[in-house]
Design a protein. Structure first.
Length: 414
């Protein structure tokens, strides 16, 4: 049986989930919310585990006996672990049953966060963070496809949107809450709390998430062969450049706001960004089945307008908040849009396309941190929004040109 998320029905689903179901049938179909919320929690854990050290750097560096810049590399090593292993591990585990693979990946987070919480040795902490990144590579290559397979075809976009809602929740609520907990009870307590949440999630997955088979030997495809499938390469290019543009500013948003004289408002700006991201997730989930192309173009345009406001009018505090709002509205639905586009374009090679998307996403995150640091030292933080604008031009160009494959005017099955 193929592991293509679009073509495999969930156990127990009747013909209402079949491709080609009419609009009237779509209204009667329901999403398995309890299972999808479990996947959303998995997305939340992967996103929060990656970014959590950013709010805990001073206390972590004191305990580990290294500088804050060295402690900051715990975020970089996580992204490297994901980027290096997502493709080979996805290929190596293609025959595994999907539920077993998901449980294995999340158990990896429990182990990694526990070791991080108890370690007093910088080297051991870095190893634990690398393992967490490896687990993220497995999880991210799996979760979007899993969400699609849980839902009837007309509702697959909504299913992915629900699962991907864990990202803005982690950024807008998880990081501030984790930082507060770390300041109140110590940073180690925060990571132990992540372990506790992961254990609860493991039980949740066992109880509520249905299983699916992996690929049979004769159906497995070479991972990089997915690049030959029409539409996959444009989606991957847009992923790499769009995430790079976003990360250049997001990774240094506190520094950028400090240079604007708004350093004390960083948490509020991020709250506006996060709240707008949640709205974006809802809009994308409601419209993605028939409007993936238009939504992707709109997302890039909104982020570009936000960058333009910051580039030209950043001396106006109110407009900085407007820019944060537009940025969140544009960015919040991007993970859902790109993972859906990759799954659609990949077809029978959807798992391979998703694994490459995860790899390039993390390459872009690591690259954004590096490039942002270079720009900060060489030119200053004022260069961040201009660089975003420059990078978003080819993003808009590729999405516009990929009308037949990648970002088609009409999605398959719509």
């Amino acid at each position: 049986m193929s592991t293509s998320p679009d073509t495999t029905a969930a156990p127990g689903k009747d013909s209402r989930a079949a491709p080609g179901a009419g609009a009237g049938s779509e209204q009667r179909q329901k999403l398995p919310l309890f299972a999808l919320l479990a996947l959303a929690t998995a997305v939340f854990i992967t996103s929060l585990t990656e970014t959590l050290p950013a709010g805990l750097l001073p206390s972590m560096s004191d305990d580990l006996g290294v500088s804050e810049s060295a402690t900051g590399q715990t975020v970089t090593i996580y992204a490297i672990g994901t980027a290096l292993t997502a493709i080979p591990l996805t290929a190596a585990t293609s025959a595994w049953r999907r539920k077993v693979l998901l449980l294995t990946a999340m158990a990896g987070f429990a182990v990694a966060n526990t070791v991080t919480a108890v370690s007093s040795v910088y080297g051991l902490t870095m190893v634990a963070r690398f393992v967490a990144g490896v687990a993220a590579g497995l999880a991210w290559a799996l979760l979007a496809g899993y969400a699609r397979r849980l839902a009837p075809v007309p509702l697959q976009g909504k299913a992915i949107a629900i699962a991907m809602a864990g990202i803005p929740v982690a950024l807008s609520l998880g990081v501030p809450a984790g930082t507060f907990l770390g300041e109140t009870l110590g940073w180690r307590t925060t990571f132990l709390a992540m372990t506790g949440l992961t254990v609860v999630l493991l039980l949740w997955i066992v109880a509520a998430v249905p299983d699916y088979p992996g690929q049979e030997r004769g159906e497995r495809r070479k991972m990089l062969g997915a690049l030959k499938v029409p539409g996959v390469a444009p989606v991957l290019f847009v992923t790499l450049v769009f995430v790079l543009a976003h990360t250049i500013l997001y990774a240094y948003v506190a520094t950028y706001l400090e240079n604007l004289g708004m350093g004390g408002s960083t948490d509020l700006v991020l709250l506006v960004f996060g709240a707008a991201s949640l709205v974006s997730i809802w809009i994308v989930g409601a419209r993605i089945h028939r409007r993936l192309r238009a939504l992707t173009i709109a997302s890039a345009l909104l982020v570009a307008v936000s960058a333009a406001l910051l580039a030209v009018l950043s001396d106006n505090t109110a407009l900085v908040y407007v820019a944060a709002l537009l940025w969140g509205l544009g960015w919040g639905g991007v993970p859902t849009l790109l993972q859906t586009a990759a799954g659609d374009a990949g077809g029978d090679s959807a798992d391979a396309a998703q694994a490459m998307l995860v790899t390039l996403w993390n390459v872009a995150m690591a690259g954004g941190g590096i490039l942002g640091g270079i720009l900060l030292d060489a030119i200053g933080s004022d260069s961040f929004p201009w660089t975003m604008l420059l990078l978003l031009l080819p993003v808009l160009g590729v999405v516009t040109l990929a009308r037949s494959h990648g970002f088609p005017a009409k999605r398959p099955g719509a």
